[in-house]
Design a protein around this ligand. Structure first.
Ligand SMILES: Cc1cc2nc3c(=O)[nH]c(=O)nc-3n(C[C@H](O)[C@H](O)[C@H](O)COP(=O)(O)OP(=O)(O)OC[C@H]3O[C@@H](n4cnc5c(N)ncnc54)[C@H](O)[C@@H]3O)c2cc1C
Length: 259
């Protein structure tokens, strides 16, 4: 098993980069945004990197930068703690400013052709992270294609970046965001991390589409011309790509990265 397999770290000759945590922003009980500054990592927006964190330095985990590459070495990651996970829960709960992360070789082939046809992005949970990097990169282009971003969660509070996307909509006239939740009501118990944020911008109840993400996306018909990118858990990617193909979107139009 080697770096990139998401398993035990076997140090080799591969180049690594390091970056220091400058902000750990706990947005939900199970989710944090981690911002770092360090070496300039040569990735393309939409790629992922293997990361070693000080809590579990021998266990590499794949994370997708949520910012495009920056010349001053800024990095941002969105991390959701998975139940029983060895590393993700530690990142969400125990990350401190000053921690140094080791970043390994960027990988992944998801890409948007900025001169190509309209784009459909389908994100489940932190599958939004690479799309956020891609959107900010497209915003640097003169004449980007239209982008339709579907973001999915089980409950409204799962849409952890809804406020950021809502603000982005005001600046990017080529962007449409469709927030999809399986239930319009957040469950009990409440999430104290969410409550203490006191978020006052974002999508209203009327903006939220209730339903299954794959069903909602495919209700728009087949994406014959569009560039379609899907990112999220393995189950979400499988369900979405199957539904897309089943409703007539050509397989060659679809790119995906399962978590
Ligand atoms: C290409 C790629 C990009 C990724 N980018 C991100 C990212 O930007 N942000 C992010 O938070 N995560 C991302 N992931 C997922 C991440 O790499 C880890 O797999 C995840 O954080 C779990 O690691 P862990 O050590 O906590 O769990 P592990 O100790 O590896 O697994 C513990 C248990 O959790 C289950 N499990 C593992 N992953 C998941 C999951 N995603 N959903 C539900 N159960 C799971 C396992 O089956 C196992 O039972 C990405 C994965 C891939 C493949």
């Amino acid at each position: 098993m080697g770096p990139g397999d998401g398993g035990t770290y076997d140090p080799g000759m591969e180049q690594t980069w390091s970056a220091e945590v400058v902000e750990h922003h706990r947005l939900r009980n199970d989710l944090a945004v981690v911002r770092l500054v360090g070496d300039v990592v040569p990735f393309r927006p939409g790629q992922y990197v293997d990361v070693a964190v000080p809590q579990q330095p021998q266990l590499l985990r794949r994370l997708s930068p949520a910012l495009p590459p920056s010349r001053d070495g800024k990095l941002e990651f969105h991390v959701r703690a998975v139940p029983g996970g060895s590393v993700s829960r530690r990142i969400v709960e125990d990350t401190s400013v000053g921690d140094v992360w080791e970043i390994h070789q960027p990988r992944g082939t998801m890409t948007i052709d900025p001169d190509g046809p309209d784009v459909v992005l389908v994100a489940g949970g932190t599958g939004l992270a690479p799309f956020r990097a891609m959107l900010l990169d497209l915003a640097r282009q003169d004449n980007p294609p239209k982008v339709f971003l579907f973001i999915g969660g089980q409950f409204p509070r799962d849409l952890y970046a809804a406020d950021m996307l809502y603000l982005l909509l005001g600046h990017l006239p080529w962007l449409t965001v469709v927030p999809v939740v399986e239930s319009l009501t957040d469950p009990e118990p409440r999430d104290p991390w969410f409550d203490q944020l006191g978020v006052d911008v974002g999508f209203g109840d009327a903006d939220l589409v209730e339903g299954n993400l794959a069903d909602v996306v495919t209700s728009y018909g087949a994406f014959i011309e569009q560039q379609v990118l899907v990112c999220g858990s393995a189950a979400m990617v499988r369900a979405t790509t199957t539904a897309l193909r089943g409703t007539g979107t050509p397989a060659e139009n679809i790119q995906h990265d399962p978590y």
